[in-house]
Design a protein around this ligand. Structure first.
Ligand code: ATR
Length: 317
């Protein structure tokens, strides 16, 4: 009993440290990790360790700080430790794509890898962000992305992941709004082949990029069901509200990819007008759950992972 307790204390200890490629101990349970630079903020260790523990799978999951120029050497080191898999966050997601032996279509579409499976020395790169977002929307609003008219604010990495998934799901409508208009236009051009349909949509374009201004957004929002904030605005506590409250309408579902604070400014604004809102914790959970399944082949213990995430959010506020 004491040994079991010690084991879990050790697991917890392993899940909290920040390592570098040099400090990762070779010996120990199978090694999983999140690689990033910086990586201290990542909640993946708490979430994934909760999953391994709940499923009684011996594992350690480390945070490894990887300056971009050291990524190839770190990947070699993980391979030499026979690490079964790892996650990858900013700014390493693009380069990771070039370091794997096989790229799953989920990563190919986005050009970025957030999950790697080490299949007996052969590395396969995946991206679970789009899938995670889609599952989160289903869970939060009991709606399928396929049935929704969606407006996405932001066309950076996160906006792209969400937009590609929405297009793959052949959502009813997709409107992309980005401060740098050319980026949303380029994304729309890329998505056009995925969204082609014979459906008649009346006067509304089924797929459109619109400029970032109140009039353009106001003109579209009555024909939108789901508004997604995929910009970085709101990450810092003194960031302004991403849209004026008067642009929001009660019929909207509002999904903010930001999850700290738990009630974001955009969620507060949604509540003020009587709309439903949710934060991005569900997306974080479901992209992590999808990664867990890729590594282990079993469905993820969502309740344990969610509890760990909520606790981690509270203790790292
Ligand atoms: P991430 O990977 O988190 O998506 P990113 O690729 O740097 O990060 O993208 C940040 C997104 O937030 C972009 O869509 C960015 O708009 P631009 O493409 O015009 O830079 C958006 N963004 C950042 N600050 C913004 C602001 N003050 N107002 C509106 N959009 C903003």
């Amino acid at each position: 009993m004491i040994l079991v307790a010690l084991w879990f204390i050790l697991l917890k200890f392993f899940s909290m440290e920040i390592d570098t490629a040099e400090t990762v101990p070779a010996a120990g349970p199978p090694l999983y990790a999140v690689l990033g630079h910086p990586v201290a903020h990542s909640l993946s260790p708490q979430m994934q360790m909760a999953a391994f523990t709940a499923c009684q799978i011996p594992a350690r999951y480390l945070r490894i700080d990887v300056p971009p120029e050291t990524l190839p050497a770190t990947v070699q080191k993980l391979k030499s430790f026979a690490a079964p898999g790892w996650n990858c966050t900013l700014p390493l997601k693009n380069e990771m794509l070039t370091l794997v032996d096989e790229v799953d279509p989920s990563a190919q579409r986005l050009g970025v890898v957030n999950t790697v499976l080490n299949d007996a020395g052969r590395l396969i790169g995946f991206n679970t962000d789009g899938e995670g977002w889609m599952r989160a929307i289903r869970e939060e609003f009991r709606m399928d992305v396929h049935d929704l008219r969606i407006m996405i604010l932001g066309a950076g990495g996160a906006g792209r992941a969400v937009a590609v998934q929405a297009a793959l799901e052949r959502c009813e409508r997709l409107v992309i709004v980005n401060r740098t208009f050319e980026k949303s236009q380029a994304l729309v051009r890329e998505l056009e082949p995925l969204m082609r349909t014979d459906k008649l949509m009346g006067s509304c374009a089924r797929l459109a990029a619109i400029p970032w201004n109140d009039d353009a957004i106001a003109a579209e929002i009555s024909n939108i069901d789901l508004l997604v904030n995929a910009t970085s605005v709101g990450v810092i506590s003194h960031d302004p509200l991403i849209l004026p409250v008067r642009l929001l309408q009660p019929h909207l579902m509002v999904y903010d990819l930001i999850y700290r604070p738990a009630k974001t400014k955009l969620m507060e604004a949604a509540q003020e007008v009587g709309a439903r809102g949710a934060n991005g914790l569900g997306m974080l959970l479901h992209q992590g759950a999808a990664a867990f399944t890729i590594w282990t082949g079993i469905s993820a213990p969502l309740d344990a992972m969610r509890t760990a995430l909520l606790q981690a959010c509270q203790s790292t506020r």
